[in-house]
Design a protein around this ligand. Structure first.
Ligand code: PLP
Length: 456
């Protein structure tokens, strides 16, 4: 039963030749059969291309810079290995992330350790391996100094994390007064410390506040140098936005969607949606940031940095993972409701994490039917999990499918590598976690695959 759904809201993803080729190859139904459940597939070449583009943007702007991939965005090993192989570091926030990064080939000095109130074991490892520690508080600074003195191996390398003046309610970073004390204590710590500069991480995706804060950190570096500190680099954290769709689709979607387009009349606040389109995204956002003139300077940020001889560190997570993977479920059941269908898939929304942030992952999933039909209309359907929770929906929205979904068909959620795959995964109902499969598709007639890591 096709419904009259001429202007049904859709959110098509941007073209992605790699995923198209993998779908066409027929590999996905084989993998679904092999694993007998949902799985994630990873495209390391996309990660590497995103990384290269950022490195090239930095050098094209004449800026001395270094990229640390923020590991929390995806737990897979392959992205760490790609970072290690292509001249990037890793941003870690726990002992196990640090261990993972070292174990997959990243040099200690290429790690930056972020996160608040790092425990003594993490600090000790960080100092031992020469990682850069973004110090978040005065007591933590004392702990770092203690750790460095106790280890007697080498000085602790630190950045001082700044509480963004524009986000005074953030629980991260130090106030202006605390920073003054921290700089003073860094001087007094002498050889126990190497104070390399300052850092921040801003929520939101606006460029101007980033440029303003970056410029003020450069200023702080110049002042700290007068006191005899190295202060030669700043880290601007992550938050380079990713575009999943084009401008027109995004604005049309926002303008046309109503609660009637969601199962059970579910209402989401548009402002809680991730901005699935940004005018400048990924490396273009980085380029735009470098060209942005900070509020109290006449020169663009790139020049502010080069004039001061300050290196720019960045910690992108999501932007490096753009188009670097997708998630595949199998449809187990199809129920007819009034004017739409309810699909039940063989996994849970824990493997599509946006649901856990009062929001929904909006890019349209792609139906991979067992038996392709010629498109005959629009078949809206919402997607539920194979669990006993009313609220465990992968997609509340009634997605506009071009043919009627059937049990056994696959559903591919595109571009899920950034934060969707595993930030909330748990073996709820004793369902196994979806395996991660690394796909190698370049320059070969048929894509080949391997597990991201062997089960332990
Ligand atoms: C989360 C986080 C990042 C990565 O943010 P993205 O939005 O994924 O780029 C970088 N640095 C810090 C300190 C973070 O907490």
């Amino acid at each position: 039963m096709a419904v009259n759904t001429q202007n049904w809201p859709r959110l098509p993803v941007l073209p992605d030749a790699a995923t198209d080729a993998i779908v066409t190859s027929g590999l996905l139904p084989e993998l679904a059969y092999a694993f007998g459940g949902p799985f994630h597939f990873l495209l390391p070449d996309a990660f590497t291309a995103n990384l290269r583009a950022m490195q090239e943007t930095l050098s094209a702007a004449g800026v001395d810079g270094f990229v640390h991939y923020a590991k929390k965005a995806n737990k897979a090993a392959v992205f760490v290995e790609q970072a290690a192989a292509h001249g990037a570091g890793i941003d870690v926030a726990s002992t196990s992330e640090l261990r993972e990064a070292l174990g997959h080939g990243v040099r200690g000095e290429h790690l930056v350790v972020t996160g608040p109130a790092k425990d003594p074991a993490l600090l000790r490892l960080a100092v031992t391996h020469g990682a850069l520690i973004a110090v978040d508080a005065l007591d933590e600074l004392d702990a770092v100094i203690t750790s460095a003195l106790a280890g007697r191996i080498r000085p602790a390398r630190i950045l001082l994390r700044v509480l963004p003046p524009g986000q005074p309610r953030s629980r991260f970073g130090m106030t202006v007064t605390e920073l003054t004390t921290a700089v003073q204590r860094s001087v007094e710590a002498g050889d126990a410390l190497r104070m390399e500069g300052f850092s921040f991480h801003l929520s939101g995706y606006a460029l101007q506040p980033r440029a303003d804060l970056a410029a003020s950190l450069v200023e702080r570096c110049l002042n700290a140098r007068v006191m005899g500190l190295q202060a030669s680099r700043i880290s601007i954290g992550g938050g380079l936005p990713t575009s999943y769709t084009d401008a027109d689709s995004w604005h049309t979607f926002l303008a046309t969607q109503t609660p009637a387009h969601y199962h059970a009349g579910k209402v989401f606040t548009s402002g809680d949606f991730y901005p699935y389109y940004s005018p400048a995204s990924g490396t273009h956002a980085l380029a735009a940031l470098l060209e942005t003139v900070p509020q109290d300077g006449g020169a663009p940020l790139s020049q502010v940095l080069t004039d001061a001889g300050v290196e720019l560190l960045l910690e992108p997570g999501r932007a490096l993972l753009d188009q670097a993977g997708a998630t595949v479920f199998r449809i187990q059941g199809v129920k007819d409701r009034d004017g739409y269908q309810l699909l039940t898939v063989d996994g849970t929304s824990l493997s599509l994490s946006e649901q856990w942030f009062n929001s929904e992952y909006l890019p349209d999933p792609r139906l991979i039917p067992l038996q392709p039909d010629t498109p005959t209309g629009t078949f809206p359907a919402s997607v539920g999990a194979a669990t006993c929770l009313e609220s465990d929906m992968l997609t509340w929205r009634k997605i506009a499918f071009g043919q009627r979904p059937r049990p056994g068909d696959l559903l591919l959620y595109p571009n899920t590598a950034g934060y969707q795959m595993d930030s909330n995964e748990s073996p709820f109902h004793d369902l196994p976690l979806p395996p991660k499969v690394v796909i190698d598709h370049t320059d070969r007639p048929r894509p080949r695959w391997r597990l991201d890591r062997h089960f332990t």
